[in-house]
Design a protein around this ligand. Structure first.
Ligand SMILES: [Zn+2]
Length: 262
């Protein structure tokens, strides 16, 4: 977490007199910062913000669904206002800037706005309390996503960030049947077969979803796989059991796989 985004979240919390994201509706906080929210049909963007030193206008696509997604986008735009209004007067946000936090070519302002949004909606301390001692599984993600009113994608990405040292995991995002980016916890040591813009490896759950149109729900979202499905194995190494939880987001045709060792 960049200290800049963290400091900006603390500042807004302090100035609004809140200690959790549930005390005042997000829209009220945004308007208290002198920002107007407009909802209309937007083509080529999920949302935009135009701003000067004292005020801003957020335009958000009125077709954005569900409300968890809208919440994240509004918090992202608030992040641009708090962090960047003196540097850049406007941002145009798309699937690329909102959902793909760990893409190699994402601009630093977008990473900061996502970090701001994630921290604003899921403050680190509250988040750690909610997943203390828990290893990754679909129930943890469902709980976090319901509790913080965020998408499962946002909950998963925050989990990877905050859960270092508790449960080593590897996260890979594929879109339109190619691998797009990955992120791993610092204590995850296996060497992945990730190769940008190539299809996911054939033993993986992500491959199943794109190639065979398989659909998994609830407990089935976690499947047993082999280490060699996603990671390099050395010559004499015995293959071992791993798990892959795969979330499929139909509206953008992307998968988010979370992989860990048995
Ligand atoms: Zn942005």
């Amino acid at each position: 977490m960049s200290s800049k985004a963290l400091a900006a979240v603390s500042k807004v919390y302090a100035e609004c007199g809140i200690t959790s994201p549930f005390e005042i509706p997000l829209e009220t906080i945004i308007s208290s910062r002198n920002i107007i929210i407009r909802e209309e049909v937007l083509e080529g963007a999920e949302a935009r913000i135009l701003m000067n030193e004292n005020s801003g206008i957020i335009t958000i696509d009125n077709r954005i669904y569900p409300s968890t997604k809208k919440r994240f986008i509004l918090a992202h735009e608030l992040g641009h206002f708090e962090l960047h209004r003196n540097l850049i007067r406007g941002f145009n946000d798309t699937d690329e800037t909102i959902n793909h936090w760990y893409q190699y070519n994402l601009k630093s302002e977008e990473i900061e706005a996502n970090e701001f949004a994630a921290e604003f909606l899921m403050p680190a301390e509250l988040f750690r309390n909610e997943c203390k001692g828990k290893i990754f599984d679909h129930r943890v993600i469902e709980h976090l996503s319901n509790y913080f009113k965020v998408s499962k994608t946002a909950a998963i990405l925050k989990f990877v960030k905050e859960n270092n040292g508790n449960h080593p995991i590897f996260v890979v995002c594929c879109q339109n049947n190619v691998m797009k980016w990955f992120k791993k916890s610092d204590d995850f040591y296996h060497y992945s077969l990730f190769s940008r813009n190539l299809p996911p490896p054939s033993g993986s759950v992500a491959f199943d979803i794109f190639d065979k149109g398989s659909a998994y729900y609830g407990e089935e979202q976690t499947q047993q796989i082999w280490k060699s499905d996603w990671f390099e194995t050395k010559d004499n190494e015995k293959d071992t059991i791993f798990f892959e939880y795969c979330l499929y987001v139909k509206s953008y045709n992307y998968t988010l796989s979370v992989i860990w060792e048995k």
